[in-house]
Design a protein around this ligand. Sequence first.
Ligand SMILES: Nc1ncnc2c1ncn2[C@@H]1O[C@H](COP(=O)(O)OP(=O)(O)O)[C@@H](O)[C@H]1O
Ligand SMILES: [Mg+2]
Length: 241
Amino acid sequence: MIVISVFNFKGGTGKSSTTLNLEAYLASPKRQTLLIDLDGQRTLSFGLGMDGQQPTTLDWLTSKEAIAPKQTQVKHLCLIPGDIGMFRLKAEDNLFIPALSRLRGFDVVLMDCPPGLSVVSVQAILNSDRILIPTMNEPASLKGLSEAVELIRGERANIPIDVVRTRYKPRLVLTKEADDLLIEAAVELGYRLLHTTIPDNIAVAESIAAQQPILTYAPKSSGARAYQSLAKECTKYWGTK
Ligand SMILES: Nc1ncnc2c1ncn2[C@@H]1O[C@H](COP(=O)(O)OP(=O)(O)O)[C@@H](O)[C@H]1O
Ligand SMILES: [Mg+2]
């Protein structure tokens, strides 16, 4: 089982959309996948039409017994829905070690972190095998990105970090400038800038509203094709089946 935290300081960088759509494309008979919604805002759970269902992430983290993740509308894709009460988690105990060890039968686990730096994000990062950082391609977003990478490196010096560009607008001069900065910073900060970019595509936003992954909502859209290539690229680097 490989555990990946999807994290960025900044809100609105496509964390929840990427967690959901990437994992939907990774799900297969050979690869059982699990989404864990760590954000009290629960965009990910909403995007699958499963907001409000139990047991929630808070139950998973605090219960002494194993809980059963929910089967989603996509085969081989399960979810532990988010919980508005996540703020109640205290920093003292590491809840992720026992909770993760109680999960059975999953190959790829993606954890959707809230923005900012909460107890839950720090613990998620400390207990992941890899980190995926979705970032928007604007010079202003890149500050948040370098801060996020430095912070992660402070806790986990050698953890592999992948960066994916979301809401990508290839025709803008600003995009080219941000690309150059991202390529430069990759060497300095030690992350892998993924080749696949996720275009700014209304179907991605619509699919969340329609409570479906883009895989079923608009499989021919540019967003869907991008998430499919992202899944291919990640499989190559993540060493999953
Ligand atoms: N590739 C995209 N194209 C267009 N809109 C997008 C795309 N990715 C995300 N969005 C929209 O941007 C907003 C923030 O996305 P979300 O995934 O919730 O970000 P985060 O989890 O980082 O806060 C949402 O309204 C979402 O629908
Ligand atoms: Mg989110």
